[in-house]
Each structure stands twice: as C-alpha cells, then as structure tokens.
Design a protein around this ligand. Structure first.
Ligand SMILES: CC(C)(COP(=O)(O)OP(=O)(O)OC[C@H]1O[C@@H](n2cnc3c(N)ncnc32)[C@H](O)[C@@H]1OP(=O)(O)O)[C@@H](O)C(=O)NCCC(=O)NCCS
Length: 190
C-alpha cells in the first residue's frame, strides 16, 4: 500500500479555487450511480464553488484542513462546530458537545495511502481542542468504500438522514464517533 507523505494543515484563505478544483473532482466519487450529472453539477455549483469555499474559510464555526503533497492539494476535510441543525441528526447523535465532519475527500490516486486517516486524526484533535466529546458525519448508504473507512476509524452508525443532491434526496447513514480520541490508528485516549 502507498504510504501517505501528505502534510496536514489548515487551508489558507487563498486556496478556495484549489479546494473547488479538488472538490469538483472528488465529490462525484461519493455519489451513487443513480445520481445524474446535472444533479452533481448543481451541487458543486451551490456548495463546492470557489465562492462557497471562500465562505467556509471565513466562517469561525468551520475548520477546513488540507492534505498537501509538494504544492498540490490531495485531500481536504471540513469540521463544523455546534449543535446539528437537522432534527434527524440531532435525535441520532448521542453525545454532546458534538461537531460535524462535514467533508472528507482524497484525490483518487491516493486512496488507500493513509491520507484520509491523517485528515481524520487532525479533525478529531481539532474537535477535542474545541471541547467536543463526539464527532458525527453523514455518508451515503451506498458509498461502500467510505462506509468501510469510517467503520475502521471508529464511526458507528447511529441513524439515517436525507441528503439533497439536485432534486433528489439521497439516503445517508449518520455515523458518530462517540469518544473522541487522538490517534485514529493508535486509539489512544485523551
Ligand atoms: C472515503 C475516503 C476519504 C476514504 O479514504 P481511503 O484512502 O479510500 O480509505 P482506506 O483505503 O483507508 O479505507 C477504505 C476501505 O474500504 C475498502 N474498500 C474499497 N472499496 C470497497 C468497496 N467497494 N466496498 C467495500 N469496501 C471497500 C478498502 O479495502 C479499505 O478497507 P481495508 O483497509 O480494510 O482494506 C476516500 O475513498 C475518498 O475520498 N472517497 C471519495 C469521496 C468520498 O466518498 N468521501 C466521503 C464522503 S462522506
């Protein structure tokens, strides 16, 4: 297996365009085969545009982390602090305070290389630093690779929710890592 040589750091305000480029490449990988090209394009335009990333980067409730190899962004994750707005999520998530792992995307050339684990480890540390005792996320129920990854990383299924892509509401699992440890691979309590 390829080992990750990517460095993880907070995204810079100047990186909105590069984040958009990586997001446009990787978002379709998370969609089930039934999602139309139009729906994917609409989602990218609305939520993953350069302007959207400029807003995320300026939002004090959000932390965007990037994985960088040389000058190239090869992965990103976004942590959102605060109580879940979706009532299905609020009912499913069992521990408070919680934070959302809102996005986790790695360039396909580096899948299996440890970049995702490194990003999650930094996300968990950032959540702990803000006082969260759990981290939750939504993932499409048909996204087998991501579900396997999250299971390995300690995120258990605690419920389901809808996720709108274009005109279609997809089915997501809500997953929660109920105790936030640093060290995804080491599982070391803090
Ligand atoms: C999800 C993602 C970040 C995980 O990173 P990764 O580097 O691929 O993760 P890993 O390789 O460590 O783990 C994936 C696991 O799924 C397994 N897997 C791969 N394809 C699979 C499939 N079709 N069905 C079930 N498991 C699968 C891998 O073998 C691996 O398990 P293993 O370590 O036990 O062998 C990455 O795949 C990604 O960016 N995917 C596209 C975007 C996405 O779906 N993001 C999540 C949105 S919620």
């Amino acid at each position: 297996m390829l080992e990750s040589t990517a460095a993880i750091r907070p995204a810079r305000a100047t990186e909105a365009e590069a984040l958009h480029d990586l997001a446009a490449l990787t978002f379709p990988l998370a969609c089930p085969p039934s999602t139309t090209e139009a729906a994917k394009a609409a989602f990218i335009e609305q939520h993953l545009s350069r302007a959207a990333f400029e807003q995320y980067l300026a939002d004090p409730q959000r932390l965007v982390l990037v994985a960088v190899r040389g000058d190239e962004l090869v992965g990103y994750a976004m942590l959102v602090h605060g109580e879940p707005a979706d009532p299905d999520v609020a009912a499913a998530v069992q521990h408070r305070p919680t934070a959302e792992l809102s996005k986790l995307y790695v360039h396909p050339d580096l899948h299996g290389g440890g970049v995702a684990s490194a990003l999650v480890e930094h996300v968990l540390q950032a959540a702990v630093d803000e006082g969260a005792v759990s981290v939750w996320l939504g993932v499409n129920i048909h996204n087998a690779r991501a579900n396997r990854f999250y299971e390995k990383a300690g995120f258990a299924v605690v419920g389901t929710k809808g996720f709108r892509v274009g005109e279609v509401v997809e089915d997501d699992y809500v997953r929660e890592r109920q105790q936030v440890f640093t060290g995804v691979t080491r599982g070391r309590p803090r």
